[in-house]
Design a protein around this ligand. Structure first.
Ligand code: SF4
Length: 304
């Protein structure tokens, strides 16, 4: 026998900021997901269109699943100012060791504690953005926040500076209650998006999104968007930076999410001298270490 309070206590001790329980039930937004995919809003992220049945129903992803332990972890840090300009920014989530590795290791520790208490036959599958699981939907269902108009999970205390991770389990745990949506009449994220990628509340057109264009897309940035990318090199935090809910987020004290001082920006001089060796060393273990430098040269020719 294990209680949700016990799981939440372990989770907190392991470094997860928020933990909630959602039932492993099919998502109620399946129709809008299908429409989103039909309209190709996901661009080249073809993995989103694969295994849609599993994305809709977690029991198809993990047979016998009854509950989803949803975690969210604050990664907000103040933006360190570069010593020289001009420069291009790297999104906050990419300024430290790849969060997939950090969160997966913590979820595995939580899984071990749960199995110690319940028995080795307990099913626990850990996911960090690596499987067809509607993680934002389930996190909202677990009461960790609501889905904002920029399509990110928003928590009243921590805003949207949250990294998500889940354990899908066959344990029958007491679900938490969802919280009400609190965007209200605000639409600052929609108005501030440099490329008008939030085409309507809750709908992000990935093919216009700077984050997608600078991290996921394998093709050249469309000409009409190129001059709107501005001082962004990898990812984009604009819709989060303008969000009123994000203005009070306490900076994280978790050592794992402190930014690499050399990994928060890249100067124009760096861009001109892109060299695989020094680049890999500088951005070691961060999402940038997997960048194909030839792609960068194609997509972002250095300017004077
Ligand atoms: S900027 Fe406003 S509308 Fe957009 S997510 Fe934040 S609160 Fe919601």
């Amino acid at each position: 026998m294990i209680t949700t309070d016990q799981i939440k206590q372990w989770s907190h001790q392991l470094g997860f900021t928020l933990t909630g329980i959602a039932p492993a039930e099919p998502v109620e937004t399946a129709d809008s997901l299908r429409r989103y995919l039909e309209k190709q809003h996901h661009g080249q992220m073809t993995y989103l269109a694969r295994n849609v049945d599993k994305r809709i129903d977690p029991q198809k992803l993990v047979p016998g699943a009854k509950s989803i332990i949803c975690t969210a972890t604050n990664y907000f840090t103040e933006s360190p100012c570069p010593p020289e300009t001009p420069y291009k920014k790297i999104a906050r989530y990419a300024r430290f060791q790849d969060y997939h590795d950090i969160l997966k290791a913590r979820l595995k520790k939580l899984t071990a504690l749960i199995r110690q208490a319940t028995g080795d036959e307990t099913t626990c599958r850990c996911f960090v953005d690596t499987a067809p699981l509607a993680e934002k939907y389930h996190a909202a269902r677990a009461g960790l926040g609501w889905i904002g108009k920029n399509s990110l999970l928003l928590n009243e205390t921590y805003g949207s500076w949250l990294l998500l991770g889940e354990i899908v389990t066959n344990l029958n745990l007491q679900p938490d209650n969802p919280v009400p949506e609190k965007c209200g009449t605000c639409q600052k994220c929609i108005d501030a998006c440099p490329t008008t990628a939030i085409i309507k509340p809750y709908t992000l057109e990935a093919r216009r999104c700077i984050s997608y264009l600078t991290t996921e897309s394998q093709t050249e940035i469309p000409k009409e968007l190129e001059n709107k990318i501005g001082p962004r090199f990898f990812g984009c935090d604009t819709c989060q930076e303008v969000c009123p809910v994000n203005q009070q987020t306490p900076p994280t004290t978790d050592p794992a999410f402190q930014p690499n001082p050399q990994g928060s920006y890249i100067t124009h001089k760096d861009l001109k001298a892109l060299d695989p060796g020094p680049f890999k060393t500088r951005f070691k273990n961060t999402p940038l270490s997997r960048i194909n430098l030839n792609q960068i040269r194609i997509k972002k020719p250095p300017r004077s």
